[in-house]
Ligand binder design. Structure first.
Ligand SMILES: Cc1cc2nc3c(=O)[nH]c(=O)nc-3n(C[C@H](O)[C@H](O)[C@H](O)COP(=O)(O)OP(=O)(O)OC[C@H]3O[C@@H](n4cnc5c(N)ncnc54)[C@H](O)[C@@H]3O)c2cc1C
Length: 393
């Protein structure tokens, strides 16, 4: 058992998974989270490939499976509400290790399974880190201090500490020309157990059925503007984006706003760092290598990364372990980022012509082909994520 200490900034998937592994290896773990609880950011995501394998290694599948969603039918509509395609994706993914869940549920399962000695401090951030020869000195927002052998920046795509300690955002944040918004609301679409998508040139609005009459909404749209959107401006921006959308989309938006739903708006942006670590400070998860929802696998790679890091730290001193972690994970990350960049061009058709072509194709293509296309896309995503990373343990 180790007697080393680590301070982790951010209790998202990456921070919690690192705390899980290092806590079990006997490290003294201090995990600080800026938010006052872990309930925000409730969007839908899938876990497959190495991420699914990593969750299995952590013994979490039995806790995740009861929270997974099994969509009955996926229904695709155009701006006028006309049905373009209706599919049973469940049939296609039969036999694949593939879980669809809310990010919030993955977070809750990870948090509940943390070893007892992990100290999780909500409403706290790291104010400063001074890296020394033997240890780093960390000052927290409440004025308390700690020394640590390792400091992990797992505080997401817009990590402010990465900005100060590793590289400025101007050098590493690469927007892909889209923004996204996510929120949850009461189901007024009568979705039952279905998923529905409304698409128009340049904008897609999707609604995933949840338990207890709730729906998770996702909007993705082309945007030449990039950068954080203040909470007070988010609904207004969405109103503009949806101004010409199907009435069902606009009704959902108005309803969500009047329910007081929490909306997250951000860019689809890659994080590209030359090196993920500097001295005793390592960026982890989206802070190191955000992949975006276009390639998928971001949460999966955060789980995988934590497992690789713990494995490397169990066998080598910190500098060598950080180098090994990066060498093992980086090839998969580069493949997934390449996938995001390539797919960004066609992710949401922008011109009316491209949009009509897409609808024509979806209406007329044999369903068997669509199934094959979907399986190929999922398999390509999984293969991109695989590599030495997949062979941990
Ligand atoms: C809409 C959407 C769909 C997605 N779909 C998938 C999918 O299907 N499959 C998949 O694998 N991945 C998917 N992803 C990507 C995946 O969700 C992310 O890659 C993953 O959650 C990143 O985890 P993280 O812990 O690195 O960062 P985050 O989830 O961003 O967590 C960062 C944490 O740090 C906290 N924090 C921020 N700043 C500070 C600070 N200064 N001090 C302390 N704490 C701080 C935040 O509050 C947060 O809790 C999707 C992402 C989105 C947005």
């Amino acid at each position: 058992m180790s007697s080393s200490s680590v301070v982790i900034s951010g209790a998202g998937v990456a921070g919690l998974a690192a705390a899980w592994w290092l806590g079990r290896a006997g490290w003294h773990v201090t995990l600080v989270e800026r938010a006052t609880d872990l309930r925000s950011g409730g969007y839908m995501m899938s876990l497959s490939g190495p991420g699914h394998t990593a969750a299995a290694r952590m013994g979490l599948l039995a806790k995740l499976e009861p929270r997974a969603y099994h969509v009955h039918e996926n229904v695709y509509r155009d701006r006028n509400g006309r049905e373009v395609m209706r599919l049973h994706f469940q049939e296609f993914i039969e036999g694949l290790d593939y879980l669809v869940m809310r990010r919030t549920d993955l977070i809750e399962v990870l948090r509940a399974d943390l070893p007892g000695q992990v100290e999780l401090r909500y409403g706290t951030t790291i104010r400063d880190v001074t890296d020394g020869a033997d240890q780093a000195r960390v000052t927290f927002s409440d004025g308390t201090t700690a020394t640590a052998d390792l400091v992990l920046l797992a505080d997401g795509m817009r990590s402010a500490l990465r900005e100060r300690l590793i590289a400025p955002a101007s050098q590493c944040l690469k927007p892909l020309g889209y923004r996204f918004a996510v929120y949850e609301l009461t189901d007024r679409l009568g979705l039952g157990a279905d998923f529905v998508s409304y698409t128009e040139p340049g904008h897609i609005a999707e609604y995933y059925t949840l338990a207890e009459g709730r729906v998770a909404a996702l909007h993705v749209w082309h945007s030449s503007a990039a950068g954080p959107v203040a909470a007070a401006d988010r609904w207004g921006l969405l109103e503009e984006v949806c101004a010409r959308s199907n009435p069902a989309v606009r009704t959902q938006l108005t309803a969500a706003r009047s329910e007081g739903a929490v909306v997250l708006v951000d860019d689809l942006a890659l994080v590209e760092l030359q090196r993920w670590s500097k001295g005793r400070v390592l960026a982890l998860g989206d802070a190191a290598h955000c992949l975006t929802l276009i390639s998928g696998q971001g949460a999966g790679m955060a789980l995988t990364s934590a497992a690789i890091l713990a494995d490397a730290l169990s066998r080598a001193p910190i500098p060598q372990a950080l180098a090994e972690h990066e060498a093992r994970l980086r090839p998969s990350i580069l493949r997934l980022q390449d996938r995001s960049r390539k797919m960004a061009g066609v992710f949401v058709p922008r011109s009316p012509v491209a949009f009509e072509l897409r609808n024509f194709f979806m209406r007329h293509v044999p369903r068997k082909w669509v199934g094959r296309y979907f399986i190929n896309a999922v398999t390509a995503e999984i293969l991109a994520a695989q590599g030495p990373a997949a062979k941990v343990g």
